[in-house]
Design a protein around this ligand. Structure first.
Ligand code: GCU
Length: 647
C-alpha cells in the first residue's frame, strides 16, 4: 500500500532533474480518468500521474476550505478498518464495510455499530490530544468525517489537499478510497476530479499516530505525539491544464540571475508561459516542452535582496493558458566560504532559537497564523534573526510568516535518534518526507538550511542512510545549505565533533549540553571544543531546564538562576570557538513531552524553554537577548569596516 513512497521520491528527483516522462493521455479528462486507487499508486514512475505531488502554493489557488468541526470516532481496535479476520474492508471485493461508508441504519432492524452524526466533534485543523481529555495520551486510530457541498465544473481539475495528518492517513471520499499517506508533518493530495458529487459530499479520514520502530520518527522522541488532522484541509480547483509546480529563486551563489522552472500538467502541455515580477521590472516569456516543463532564466539588474533586516518580498505571477498563480517571493543568496556564512555576500551571525510546532498557552499543535506569529514575535523580541523549526517540517503558514517577519529558517525532517537504518522502506519514507518538505518550501527565501536529522548515532548503516539523504536533498535543491544536528564526544575535558556525516554537510552543526547533561555551572568552563572542520560552526542545541518562577542559586538545578548562569557560561565557552557563526539554544518555550514525568519540576513538560508554559519570560531570556544585541553590533561593525575598506 505504501509503495507510494519510492515512486513519489524518484518521480520528484527525476522531475527536478528535468527527466519527466509524459504520462499517458488518459490522465487528462476527468470522465475517463482511472480512480486513483492503490493500483495506480503502486505503479512505477512513468505511470504515476503528476498530481500525486502537491500543488505548489495551494493557498494561491481557487480553493474551498474544509476546516471546521469534524465528527470523530475513537477506534483503538481499528474495528472500522479491519473485519474480525483482520482483513481491511477497503481491500475486500465489495470495498465497503468500514466506517468510511458512514452508514445510517436502513430501518429499525438494521445493525450499524457506529454513528458519526451521533459522535462529538473536533476542531480541524487541530490535534485530538488537546481537545478531548480522554485522548491526552492516546495513540491509535481516530476516524474523522466532514460533509461539504461542491459544484464541480466541466473542464476543471479538483484536488483534495491535506496540510498534514499525523501519522498514517487513509482517506475516503463518498465511501470510496482515495489513498493513504505516511508522515505527520508534510502535505499530500488526491485528485478527486470526476469523484465529486454535485451537492453533498462526505470525506472520511482514518488517522493513526501509533509509533513504530521502522517509521520516521521512530518510537522514541522528546515531543508530544499529537495525533490527527493538524493542518488545513482544502479542495482546490484548477483548469484542465494547470501550473502544477514552479521554482523562482536566485541561481546558486549568483545574485544577478533568477533561475527556476515552471511545470504544467494537463492535456495541453506545450504552452507559452509568462513570469512577471512587476515591482522589479522583471519578466520572462518561455515555452513549455512536451513534458510541460520550461526553464526560467531572468537576468537581474537591481533587486532589494531579502534579509532579516529587510525581508523584502516581491509579488510574482505565472500565467499559462487558462491558469494563473501569484506568489510573494524573496530573493537572497546563501553560501558558506570557509568558516563564514554569507547572506547576499555578507558574513553573518545567526542569532537563533529552537522551537516546536506547539502552542504553550493552549497546549497542542499550532492552529493558525495567530499563535504562529506569537512564537515568532517572541523570537524577534529576543533579537533573533533565525529559528530552528525542530524536529520536523512546521506548517507552510509558519514558513511564510518567517519570510514576512525576516527570520531565517533551519527546516528539518524527523530523522531523530535511532532509526532503522537498514530498512529500505524507512529510507524511502525519510526521502519522501524530505522531498515533500523541499517541494513545498523551495520558493521561501527564509529557508536557508535543509536539515536531514538530529542526534543520529555514528555507525556504518547510519552513515550510509544519512549520506543518501544528503544526496537526495542536494539533488532536489542546490541553492540552500544542508545541515544536521550532530553529537559531540568527550574525552576528559576535550569535546570533539567527529562524524563522517559532517563531510557531507555545509555546517559543523551540533548539539551540546555542557552544564546540564554533563558537567555543571561549576566546571563547564574547564571544557574545550575541538571542531576539526573548516566550516561555519553552528550550535544547534544547548540549554537547561528551569521551572518558571522557581528560584535558587546558580547551582540549584531547575531554578531560573541555574539556567541563566548556564547561558552566561555557554557564551564564554562558545566564544572561544573560532568558527562560531550561530546558535539555536534549546528552546524558545517549554513544550510537552511524555519523557518528562517529574511531578513537580516537569509534569510532562520539557522545561528548557526561555519562556514558561504560561508565557512568562525566564531570566535567561533577557540574558540571551543582551548577548544577541552585542553580537548584532559586532557584525554591524564588521560590515561597516568591510564597507570602509571597499570604499
Ligand atoms: C536533545 C533533543 C531534543 C530534546 C533535548 C532535551 O538533544 O534533540 O529533542 O528535547 O535534547 O533533552 O531537552
Amino acid at each position: 500500500m505504501l509503495n507510494r513512497f519510492s515512486a513519489v521520491v524518484v518521480a520528484v528527483l527525476a522531475w527536478h532533474a528535468g527527466a519527466f516522462a509524459a504520462p499517458s493521455p488518459q490522465h487528462e479528462t476527468p470522465q475517463d480518468q482511472a480512480p486513483q486507487n492503490q493500483a495506480s499508486q503502486n505503479q512505477p514512475l512513468q505511470n504515476q500521474p503528476l498530481q500525486n505531488q502537491t500543488l505548489q502554493n495551494i493557498y494561491g489557488r481557487t480553493h474551498q476550505n474544509l476546516d471546521g468541526r469534524w465528527h470523530y470516532i475513537v477506534d483503538p481496535y481499528e474495528t472500522g478498518y479491519y473485519d474480525y479476520r483482520r482483513k481491511p474492508y477497503d481491500e475486500s471485493e465489495k470495498g465497503s464495510g468500514g466506517y468510511y461508508d458512514d452508514r445510517q441504519p436502513k430501518d429499525k432492524g438494521d445493525i450499524v455499530e457506529y454513528s458519526f452524526d451521533g459522535s462529538p466533534t473536533l476542531a480541524i485543523p487541530g490535534d485530538w490530544n488537546s481537545q478531548d481529555a480522554r485522548l491526552e495520551f492516546y495513540e491509535g486510530t481516530v476516524w474523522m468525517r466532514q460533509k461539504f457541498d461542491a459544484a464541480p465544473k466541466d473542464g476543471k481539475r479538483y484536488f483534495l489537499y491535506f496540510g498534514a495528518v499525523n501519522y498514517e492517513a487513509h482517506v475516503y471520499l463518498n465511501g470510496k478510497k482515495l489513498g493513504s499517506h505516511k508522515g505527520g508533518f508534510t502535505p499530500f493530495q488526491f485528485d478527486v476530479t470526476g469523484k465529486l458529487a454535485a451537492g453533498s459530499n462526505t470525506v472520511v479520514v482514518k488517522a493513526d499516530n501509533k509509533r513504530h520502530q521502522d517509521e520516521i520518527p521512530t518510537v522514541s522522541t522528546d515531543w508530544w505525539n499529537y495525533g490527527g488532522i493538524t493542518r488545513d484541509v482544502l479542495l482546490a480547483e484548477v483548469p484542465a491544464t494547470y501550473i502544477a509546480d514552479y521554482k523562482v529563486q536566485l541561481a546558486k551563489g549568483d545574485a544577478r540571475r533568477i533561475e527556476g522552472y515552471v511545470q504544467l500538467d494537463g492535456a495541453r502541455k506545450e504552452q507559452e508561459v509568462t513570469v512577471t515580477i512587476p515591482e522589479a521590472n522583471l519578466s520572462a516569456k518561455v515555452r513549455t516542452d512536451a513534458n510541460g516543463r520550461a526553464t526560467i532564466r531572468i537576468p537581474v539588474k537591481a533587486l532589494r535582496y531579502w534579509s532579516p533586516e529587510d525581508p523584502k518580498l516581491y509579488g510574482m505571477t505565472i500565467a499559462a493558458g487558462g491558469d494563473k498563480v501569484s506568489d510573494r517571493i524573496g530573493f537572497r543568496t546563501i553560501e558558506t566560504r570557509g568558516r563564514d556564512i554569507l547572506l547576499n555576500g555578507k558574513s553573518t551571525f545567526w542569532r537563533g532559537v529552537s522551537l516546536h510546532d506547539e502552542s504553550p498557552l493552549i497546549p497542542g499543535r499550532l492552529r493558525g497564523s495567530g499563535d504562529m506569529r506569537m512564537l515568532l514575535q517572541w523570537a524577534k523580541d529576543m533579537n533573533c534573526n533565525y529559528v530552528r523549526l525542530a524536529h520536523y517540517p512546521h506548517s507552510e503558514e509558519m514558513i511564510r510568516l518567517a519570510d514576512e517577519m525576516g527570520l531565517m529558517v533551519w527546516a528539518e525532517v524527523p530523522v531523530y535518534w535511532t532509526i532503522s537504518w537498514q530498512n529500505p522502506a524507512t529510507l524511502q519514507n525519510a526521502q519522501q518526507q524530505l522531498t515533500e518538505l523541499v517541494v513545498r518550501d523551495k520558493n521561501r527565501a527564509s529557508v536557508v538550511v535543509w536539515s536531514i536529522g538530529n542526534e543520529t548515532p555514528v555507525s556504518e548503516p547510519r552513515n550510509a542512510f544519512m549520506f543518501k539523504l544528503a544526496d537526495t536533498v542536494r539533488a532536489l535543491d542546490d541553492t540552500r545549505l544542508v545541515g544536521a544536528a550532530l553529537e559531540v564526544h568527550r574525552k576528559g575535558n576535550e569535546v570533539t565533533v567527529e562524524d563522517p556525516l559532517a563531510d557531507k554537510l555545509d555546517l559543523a552543526s551540533f548539539n551540546e549540553y555542557a552544564g546540564w547533561y554533563w558537567a555543571s555551572n561549576k566546571d563547564m568552563l574547564d571544557f574545550h571544543f575541538n571542531i576539526p572542520y573548516d566550516k561555519p560552526v553552528m550550535i544547534t542545541e544547548f540549554g537547561a531546564d528551569a521551572l518558571g518562577g522557581f528560584h535558587g542559586d546558580a547551582d540549584t538545578r531547575w531554578s531560573e538562576e541555574y539556567q541563566d548562569q548556564l547561558y552566561k557560561n555557554q557564551f564564554r565557552m562558545l566564544e572561544a570557538i573560532p568558527g562560531l557563526r550561530g546558535m539555536t539554544p534549546w528552546v524558545l518555550v517549554d513544550f510537552r513531552s511524555p519523557r518528562r514525568p517529574h511531578p513537580y519540576f516537569q509534569d510532562f513538560w520539557n522545561r528548557k524553554g526561555l519562556i514558561s508554559q504560561t508565557g512568562k519570560r525566564k531570566q535567561a531570556f533577557h540574558t540571551l537577548k543582551a548577548y544577541y544585541d552585542k553580537k548584532q553590533q559586532q557584525y554591524q561593525q564588521n560590515k561597516q569596516n568591510q564597507q570602509n575598506q571597499q570604499n
